[in-house]
Design a protein around this ligand. Structure first.
Ligand code: GRF
Length: 209
């Protein structure tokens, strides 16, 4: 089993990035994070990368307005660091088809709701939790899924429920969901690190240890 050499992509503060890193350091996940990529120059996640000596890259859509050129730059970075796995931890840009194809079933995204509900373009951050509360849902949750060529449509690897409370605001619900996100991302990565994932169409099966 080849060890996971993960490239983390994030556009925001990167608390999921931080949680994965912490779990690697604690020895809970046998993997290394070999590169960090962001499409946002001032993403807070850059601080995490710098503090941990992880090579960090800003890949801008201004510099590479065409998806194909953007993808080529991403692939170049991934190759430089010999990355064999991609983690999208709050990355707010679509992953181009050339990257998806090259990393087939090797890209995970995390979404702060139970897909296929409350997903797709524009459904990120507080928008998701607002929509869940406005609908009146009694449960929400977390989905860790494989990434395909559109937003939030790849097959789930783990889904976990989180209760919605009577007095929830988008902020309190987000905090409860985030706590679970920090657990399940590592859990899903462990399945891959242990070679226990099999994909049959949309069914992702986790083999017993
Ligand atoms: C998380 O809620 C994640 O589900 C979503 O974006 C948010 C990123 O949070 N995809 P953080 O930057 O990891 O704190």
């Amino acid at each position: 089993m080849e060890k996971l050499r993960i490239a983390v992509f994030a556009s925001g503060r990167g608390s999921n990035f931080g949680a994965i890193l912490k779990n690697i350091k604690k020895g809970e996940l046998d993997a290394s994070i070999v590169a960090f990529i962001s499409n946002k120059k001032n993403a807070g996640a850059f601080d995490i990368a710098r503090a941990n000596n992880i090579p960090a890259y800003f890949v801008s859509t201004k510099e590479f307005p065409e998806q194909e050129q953007f993808d080529l730059r991403i692939l170049e970075i991934l190759e430089t660091h010999n990355a064999n796995f991609i983690v999208l931890a709050g990355y707010l840009k679509m992953i181009g088809k050339n990257v998806v194809r090259k990393f087939k079933n090797r890209i995970l995204n995390i979404h702060p709701a139970l897909l296929p509900s409350f997903g797709g373009k524009g459904m990120f951050g507080h928008h998701v939790h607002e929509a869940v509360l406005n609908y009146g849902c009694k449960v929400s949750g977390v989905t860790v899924h494989l990434v395909d060529e559109s937003y939030d449509t790849g097959p789930p690897v783990i889904q976990r429920c989180v209760p919605v409370r009577n007095d929830d605001t988008p902020e309190t619900l987000a905090a409860r969901v985030l706590k679970i996100e920090h657990q399940v991302f590592t859990e899903a990565l462990k399945y891959f690190a242990e070679g226990r994932v099999q994909v049959f169409g949309r069914r992702v099966k986790i083999l017993p240890k």
